[in-house]
Design a protein around this ligand. Structure first.
Ligand SMILES: Nc1ncnc2c1ncn2[C@@H]1O[C@H](COP(=O)(O)OP(=O)(O)OP(=O)(O)O)[C@@H](O)[C@H]1O
Ligand SMILES: [Mg+2]
Length: 511
């Protein structure tokens, strides 16, 4: 029996395990590496390679390599042009690709622990909404991973860093800037170990990849002006530029100037970039990140001086400009977690062992409190304001910031005489204006008979601790359940699609 924690990252994933005594180990793959690039390469044979080989194959066969698919979780595709990612005639959706990564991580863990995995916690960005979370659940299910629960990445990082074990009470800000997402979480840690998330904010389409793209833009521009060549003309040249851009970016975190030769199809082009040039290229992003932090701080009801620790997580935290920005905002040096690249998986492992009940009562785990999260987004239903057909608004049922699990109940009214059914459209968002909300899905409920205008219908919403939504409709007068409402999540797999996805995934040997 073994319990694991998984950080399913946009660019890198990791797996860790915590034993009954509370000792945590990041599990290394056979080659010794403790993080696995979240890249999938479809081999010409029926196998798929996950990890470093897949990432490097992007230069050779970009059309058979999928990367950054976490950015499309809950949507049909992750490709920025909106087209589907297909190999050998089969479309692979973000959750299916994630499922292959999970399958590989499970395999690494089982090889290493010599035992089957019996329970796992998978982490997601705090800012993930319901669609992304349920897609992550689907991915775990398709990978055959016995999922204990999903938790937020910053919460996991804070646990790995030693918060939640008791002793000090303070407010903590977790700044998590990874490869694909930016998350900021403000939490209160009590001296008895209790952790409560006060506010979360972020952007799930902002991360290290965007800094790479900014560098690629500059590379292309210069190669064009200086040599008259288009270094993005071919997919393989683009992949080469992308690899070099990432290398340059990483080195610029510790040096002032970096050079790399770029493929042009002819003679390589020597590209040089200074840290100042890089900082200039990402200045707007730094500004956005800083604004998001200030808004989140506002939402938490705290001021800058109320924060005890500012904890930096995620690979892109290594870019010095972010530490300087945090120092300016909070007047103190931020703290880095001990294992920047592994702490999310480690925190997940600690919590997995704790929640599975397998922890030894004498271990430190006994002291650890299970953290409470809050809903990262509000939830409402499309209703007619003042009964006017042209005046549709989002009728809020659960507001953002509500501790989860949460239940919300709201009574709405039928609008027409003789109405037999109501259409239920559920939205994610706090705003009354539907333009600022995201439709989650639709369902319907039937009264079973015609009712008059103004007849009450009660909508109950359950928001699980993983922030997955269930909706039920009741007859407002009799209190009977008028049909189970299945939310048809627009972006996710239907039952039969899931079955065929499962078949495709089990068929693929991962290596
Ligand atoms: N020294 C460095 N300087 C700048 N960026 C770095 C450095 N080291 C790693 N990165 C960047 O960090 C990113 C990966 O970070 P991390 O592994 O935390 O992300 P992730 O967990 O895959 O993504 P997410 O948490 O967004 O899903 C990559 O974009 C990588 O280029
Ligand atoms: Mg991460």
């Amino acid at each position: 029996m073994s319990i694991i924690g998984i950080d399913l990252g946009t660019t890198n994933s990791a797996v860790a395990a915590t034993d009954a005594m509370g000792i945590t180990t990041t599990i290394a793959a056979r080659d010794g590496s403790r993080t696995l690039p979240s890249a999938v390469y479809f081999e010409p044979s029926d196998e798929v390679s996950i990890g470093a080989r897949a990432k490097s194959m992007a230069v050779m066969e970009p059309e058979r390599v999928a990367m950054l698919f976490k950015r499309g979780m809950g949507e049909k595709t992750f490709l920025t042009d909106g087209s589907a990612f297909a190999v050998d005639g089969k479309v692979w959706r973000p959750e299916e690709l994630s499922s292959l990564v999970l399958k590989k991580l499970k395999q690494i863990a089982e090889e290493n622990l010599s035992e089957p995995v019996t329970g796992a916690i998978v982490t997601v960005p705090a800012y993930f909404g319901e669609l992304e979370r349920s897609a992550t659940r689907d991915a775990a299910e398709m990978a055959g991973l016995p999922l204990l629960r999903i938790i937020n990445e910053p919460t996991a990082a804070a646990i790995a860093h030693g918060f939640g074990g008791g002793s000090r009470s303070e407010n903590v800000l977790v700044f998590d800037l990874g490869g694909g997402t930016f998350d900021v979480t403000i939490m209160r840690v009590e001296s008895d170990g209790e952790m409560t998330v006060l506010a979360t904010g972020g952007n799930h389409k902002l991360g290290g990849t965007d800094f790479d793209s900014a560098i690629i833009g500059i590379m292309a521009e210069r190669a064009q002006t200086e040599l008259g060549v288009d270094i993005l003309a071919e997919d393989w040249m683009f992949s080469d530029a992308r690899d070099k851009a990432e290398e340059i970016k990483k080195e610029l975190s510790t040096t002032d100037s970096v050079s790399r030769p770029l493929q042009t199809g002819q003679r390589p082009y020597m590209f040089t970039m200074t840290r100042a040039e890089f900082e200039n290229a990402v200045a707007d992003t730094v500004e956005d990140v800083s604004d998001t932090i200030e808004t989140t701080l506002d939402d938490s009801g705290l001021s800058a001086s109320d924060l005890g620790t500012v904890l930096m997580v995620g690979g892109s935290s290594r870019i010095p400009v972010f530490a300087s920005m945090l120092k300016e905002l909070f007047g103190k040096e931020p703290t880095f977690t001990k294992n920047l690249d592994e702490d999310v998986a480690r925190g997940a492992a600690i919590l997995a062992t704790k929640t599975s009940g397998s922890a030894d009562p004498r271990s430190e785990l006994a002291e650890l409190a299970i953290p409470t999260d809050v809903a990262s987004h509000g939830l409402g239903m499309t209703v007619l304001k003042d009964g006017e057909a042209e005046n549709e608004i989002n009728g809020l049922i659960v507001s953002a910031g509500t501790p989860v699990p949460a239940h919300g109940s709201e009574t709405f009214h039928s609008v027409a005489d003789g109405q037999t059914e109501v259409r239920l459209r559920i939205n994610e968002g706090d705003d009354e204006d539907l333009a600022y909300c995201r439709p989650l899905g639709e369902g319907s409920a039937s009264f079973g008979r015609p009712v008059n205008a103004g007849y009450p219908i009660r909508i109950d919403v359950a928001y699980t601790e993983e922030q997955i939504v269930y909706v039920q409709a009741y007859d407002g007068e009799t209190g009977t359940l008028i049909g189970e409402v299945t939310i048809k999540r627009e972006g996710s797999l239907s039952g039969t699609e899931k079955d065929s996805a499962l078949a495709a995934i089990s068929e693929k040997g991962v290596r």
